[in-house]
Design a protein around this ligand. Sequence first.
Ligand code: SAH
Length: 460
Amino acid sequence: MDYLPIFCQLQQKACLLVGGGEVAERKARLLMDAGADITVNAKEFTPQFDLWAKDGKLKQAHGEFSPALLEGVWLVIAATDDENVNDLVFQQASERQIFCNVVDAPKRASFIMPSIIDRSPLMVAVSSGGKSPVLARLLREKLEAILPQHLGQLARLAGDLRQQVKDKFSTITLRRRFWERLFAHDRLAQSLANQDAAMVDKHLTDLFEQPLEQRGEVVLVGAGPGDAGLLTLKGLQQIQQADVVVYDRLVSDDIMNLVRRDAERIFVGKRAGYHCVPQDEINQILLRNARNGKRVVRLKGGDPFIFGRGGEELEVLADDSIAFSVVPGITAASGCSAYSGIPLTHRDYAQSVRLVTGHAKKDTSLDWANLAAEKQTLVFYMGLNQAAEIEAQLIKHGMSKSMPIALVENGTSVQQKVVTGELSALGELALQVESPSLIIVGTVVSLRDKLNWFSAATKK
Ligand code: SAH
């Protein structure tokens, strides 16, 4: 081990920072977060330092570095752009046995600063021993992604609850299971962050009072349109904590590869030649697993509340008093728009955008006159089979035959295919693409010629 990792208590302890530039600013922020009593020594300061001094957050010592500044100091950071000054600070600090960090020069430092993930009071520090700060940073980013934002609040709460948990649960196994539930409890963490005391109390009562095996819940998660990079951080955290993942056809393999290895996977989508699992049966699968105490993730393509029947599934859970929460996803319209270079609104061409289903229930017909109005963009989901009808109705209700249209198949994935043309050819062009595809209608489609960045192939 080249360095011993330690966490220093710096509250109100005198610390010296030498340097008044932007690098020093970053170090000052860290020292402030740690509650240190900071003196900053420099010949010149950025305006930020003046502001901090004005707010009483630190003291400024103008002028050249002098060893007298080290008097009574616990820790020093040398962050000037002058190597000689940094060296001098290090040398003088070492003589006095004061720990000194020299920015970007680990060899000339008696301590180095790790990359940190701050979920106070939970702290994760990563260091490559000064060998590769970029590697440490990359690792930090990965850890940032998997550690929920509000984890620290749960850690703090856990500290307060320790005695109560000891009193309530007699064995170590029972306590461990309680703590595991608590730290995976996203809704509790959110209520803590919201400072919603009533909700916190409710969640805690549930945690303490319900038998452990009955604490299942369902998290409805939007997986986004295809590219796994478009999954949200919360979505990723949820699929990595799930006992069971119930998913359908639109969820990409790349995303399924991110699911926790031991989780049970239940596919409820349509396979070629087979029908979908009926909605009732899906509801039963969710209910059954949640009642058995499982943490169920219901994973859906795009956003679960946009043509995803997410609302319907949650109603069934609510009727059965099963706990649930929702993590939104990037809907196909947003994904396809970005990855095909077609902005859905534009100050000159479209003041609104409408997400329309091409697959309405039989007795609900669309308001075509309204859809054909000018200065808007239409995005049809599930519209491929209706493409000829959409073309005919929009033209009949006054839309120009030459209105630009695009069909985006498998948007955001490596197989994305985009076909563009005019409204009068929509029905015909729809034969060139397969499901899942979106139909975009509006003047904004013409911007694609200039804004396409994702793939070179523009098929007309
Ligand atoms: N909840 C989903 C939509 C489900 S409805 C969402 O928010 O995106 C299914 C329809 O979504 C498909 O028929 C298709 O029109 C559209 N769709 C979903 N993913 C798509 C993709 N990657 N590319 C193009 N269209 C897509």
